[in-house]
Design a protein around this ligand. Sequence first.
Ligand code: M6R
Length: 606
Amino acid sequence: MCGIIGYTGTHPALPVLLEGLKRLEYRGYDSAGVAVLQEGTIAVEKKKGRLENLRQATKDRRFTGCAGIGHTRWATHGEPSDRNSHPHTSADGSIALVHNGIIENHARLRAFLERQGYVFQSQTDTEVLVHLIAHHFKGDLVSAVRDALYLAEGSYAICVVEQSHPDTIVCARKDSPLIIGLGEGENFVASDIPAILKYTRRCYLLDDYEMALISPQHVTVLDRNAKPVSKAVFDVNWDENAAERGGYAHFMLKEIHEEDKAISETLAPRLKEHEITLENIDLAGVAHHARRVFIVACGTAYHAGMIAKYTWESVLKIPVEVDYASEFRYRSPLIGSDDLLIVISQSGETADTLAALRLGKKCGAQVLAITNVVGSSISREADSVLYTWAGPEIAVASTKAYCTQVLCLALLMLRIGYEKGVFDATTYAQHLDELKRLPQLAREILKNEGQIKDLAHRYCSLSDAYFIGRNIDYAMALEGSLKLKEISYIHSEAITAGELKHGPIALLEQGSLLIVPATQPALFDKVASNMIESKARGAHLLAITTAEAHSILDCANDVVLVPSLSPWCMPIIAIIPMQLFAYYCAVERGYDVDKPRNLAKSVTVE
Ligand code: M6R
């Protein structure tokens, strides 16, 4: 996730900016840059890679100014490179800007600006903002920023400097956080509290559509009509580590709480009023010519792929094979030029998945990657890429990446289905409306956190747990089970509910815990029978189900309710209670949730 820092005061700005960026490193980034106001101009330096590269590049240059802005970039539009790094500058170098967020209508704005003669230096969505500000600038920076933002759709936290305002930073936010740190004779602005904690603990938290004009002595916050707003000071009492986690006890919990935002950000650029727009993907080719779809991935990403097997086959009537990447290349898969290979990887660097991608390409298949990391090996080698805009995932246990992977697969399925004529316009519109409700539904499920925490408290001392389900609920059971075992070290297995009586039921005894995602109305009664069989052997039944599932509700000992949704949307939301359950079991057992034993975030060896 990108990070922003700005400083205006009496000390040289560069060390403050570099220190602030260092404090933001934990968020993940692939390039960094600074812009410092000095001697009537703006000195800019930016470098791909680690902050150390930027530090080295600034060493041999004179940075004397006492006001400036800095940025760490997590690539979205455009690969990680020096050019795509922030700050971006106006053509004459008189204005510099850093931005967090996504400008959704950047293509339209870019075309407009190019018609006006503006020449773009980068592939980013951000660069439109600096040219728009330059276009509107008539001596008043606040007005120019406001006029430019009026035209921008999407999310932003921005900081802007202009060379004739030597100690002033103008900033603004919408749907992306920005705080102002209040010092003595100096002030700060940042995307996150850790960036400024070394200097001050007194902040203003900007709200959406607010702007601020910051100088060493004054901070003026303005509302969307440019009227001054009086803000309450927020006193930060977190220590530095807690501040990095936004006040949450662990990154995993923070990332679960970011799922609504990750879903919104993944949807926003793709979902217009009545249409799903997917960048650079040959949808007609898939809809009309793909013989089969292969989905290949590891771990959580594989479980996201399993969901698509069930939904794509039933809706699109295209055969879908799902493979663990580590197995795919050793089974001589019959894949060829009529097939689509979808590889899914949060990191985009998983060695097995990359090897599967290469094999698929060698066999002539079209390769589509679903990944979270722009510029990753998988994104570079695939024929086309659909990004999950989940933001960096730091906890080893994958949570928000899973939700957005399932969401991307649902977007693809709906768009291909429409292309194939599977849905009429009305049904298609209803499906799009359902997608739009997902962020709100995620927030509502998170309100049940207390109930799930209590359940975890009751069951965390068990040594085994069994997850059962049918169809997509089985795919969810696999993911719920993986979450539980990888962080709480409770042995757990996912079993298709119908297979229980073919062997695994022998494991059940008095007090065994069965966790039952049951979200498919057509299967409620069948799953309820399996639950009753298990209860008769002493098992305790915890169901994650809907209010309509009467047969399930009748036999479960504990119930966590989830809303009724289509099968392709259901797992995006219904996985949240299982993620929270795993999280609280691990916390109760006293384990290091974010760094479970023996596991790495990215597995770059076979
Ligand atoms: O980066 P990737 O999505 O390719 O990683 C795949 C798996 O290693 C990953 O999902 C792993 O299973 C997670 N620890 C699960 O929480």
